[in-house]
Design a protein around this ligand. Structure first.
Ligand code: PLP
Length: 420
């Protein structure tokens, strides 16, 4: 580790800026979580700090770095576009936006065909909710308890954790929450005002919850029968993460509206989208400018999306996620057998894996232990009892083995610290 005066200066200068000008408590949280210091560069599955320390990124930016950090083909595509024209003049059409919309139409399930580009997952969800109201003329939304759809007003209204919502009440009216995985509960909330059902196919921030196999097909059938739109929020699950290009494909289901984000920018640019079928998109014929975004659909951002999709297909990222995820889950389950007092359950799909601990107090200590040994791990936002692994989909086997070794060490250390 390079511990020169210069590093110390940079670390303390950045920390002071965070403390004074961003968020003092957040700065403390980073430090107590074991993530002290300044990230400087990244490549593949590794992040290198300004002082030279390296971390294996098993959190993958919560699902952003599906192709790894700084994938050369994606960086090149973005660099080329940035040098030519990074942002749109907004009065002409741009080629990367058209290319990305077409590529998405070609790989998404069912009749999904049209895309609206924006800059973050929560914006994609806002757009999806607005589109559902516009296309149906109805206003109620059914969402799942424990869900996470983002933190702007509409997405927050659909999200299922009160902690994030209560300070902002009243949120948008007419959003009901039902138990995730229970199709009957969902159907019983449908009435003549219901515009749409919004669900994550696998709940991410809620603690990596995989629904029963018949759930999403039943939800699809219920929505069709009741003339209600089905919105699949694939911001976290989409584009290879769960071992398929889109998580709904595990259950042969296609939504009317789909949201995407995180991995869509290839780990290089912020890009998100909501997509719809021709039937729902008809409303934009009458109102082409009813929903707009200054930066959404910018050429550099869309070039990143096009490059990511090419990489995802050429490098078979969903297949890699399936194989590596299966291996990891098997090893973690064996670990659960060795440490039943610390690990309660292991679940997930592909490389979206949650390890549920026996006590909510264990997560923080474990993450600190992992960080101390050079492993980035995080818990899920709505469920701090669950440590989640969402590494790059092309992570090498030797890195997975090392991560498992460090994780088991953290399990043992945490038990010695807190349970003995
Ligand atoms: N939807 C889902 C399923 C998510 O997991 C997230 C973020 O974690 C969002 C929406 C919000 O995305 P963003 O943080 O980019 O606004």
């Amino acid at each position: 580790m390079n511990d020169s005066g210069e590093n110390k200066n940079i670390n303390s200068a950045v920390e002071e800026n965070y403390r004074k000008y961003i968020n003092p408590t957040l700065a403390r949280l980073f430090k107590f979580g074991g993530y002290n210091g300044v990230e400087w560069e990244a490549s593949g599955s590794y992040v290198t700090m300004h002082d030279g320390r390296r971390f294996l990124d098993m959190a993958g930016g919560y699902g952003v770095f599906s192709a790894g950090h700084c994938h050369p083909a994606i960086v090149k595509a973005v660099k080329d576009q940035i040098e030519r024209m990074p942002l749109s003049a907004k009065v002409f059409m741009n080629k990367p936006a058209g290319d990305l919309a077409r590529a998405l139409a070609e790989i998404t399930p069912g009749d999904l065909q049209f895309s609206f580009f924006c800059n973050s997952g929560t914006e994609a969800v806002e757009g999806a909710l607005k589109l559902a109201r516009l296309a149906t003329g109805k206003h109620e939304i059914i969402a799942a308890k424990n869900s996470f759809h983002g933190k702007t007003m509409g997405s927050l209204s659909a999200s299922g954790r009160d902690l994030f919502k209560e300070p902002f009440m009243p949120l948008i009216p007419g959003v009901k929450h039902v138990l995730f995985g229970d199709a009957d509960a969902l159907e019983s909330e449908i009435n003549e005002d219901t515009a749409a059902v919004i669900l994550e196919p696998v709940q991410g921030e809620g603690g990596i919850n995989v629904p029963p196999d018949d759930y999403l097909p039943e939800v699809r059938e219920i929505c069709s029968r009741n003339n209600v739109l089905f919105i699949a929020d694939e911001v976290q699950t989409g584009l290879g993460r769960t071992g398929k290009k889109f998580a709904v494909e595990h259950w042969g289901v296609s939504p009317d509206i789909m949201t995407l984000g995180k991995a869509l920018g290839g780990g290089v640019m912020p890009v998100a989208a909501f997509m719809g079928t021709p039937a729902v998109w008809k409303v934009f014929e009458k109102h082409p400018l009813i929903h707009t975004s200054t930066f959404g659909g910018g050429p550099a951002a869309c070039a990143a999306g096009v490059a990511y999709i090419k990489v995802m297909i050429e490098e078979k990222l969903p297949e890699q996620a399936d194989k590596t995820g299966g291996y990891m889950m098997e090893k973690l389950d064996e670990m659960r057998g060795r440490h039943p007092d610390v690990i309660e359950a292991v679940r997930g799909k592909g490389l979206m894996i949650g390890v549920e601990l026996t006590d909510v107090g264990l997560g923080g200590a474990m993450i600190m232990e992992m960080a101390k040994n050079g492993l980035i791990g995080v818990y899920t936002l709505n469920q701090p009892k669950v440590i989640r692994f969402e590494p790059p989909l092309n992570i090498k086997k030797e890195d997975v083995d090392w991560a498992l070794e460090i994780f088991e060490k953290a399990v043992t250390e945490t038990r010695n610290l807190l349970l003995k």
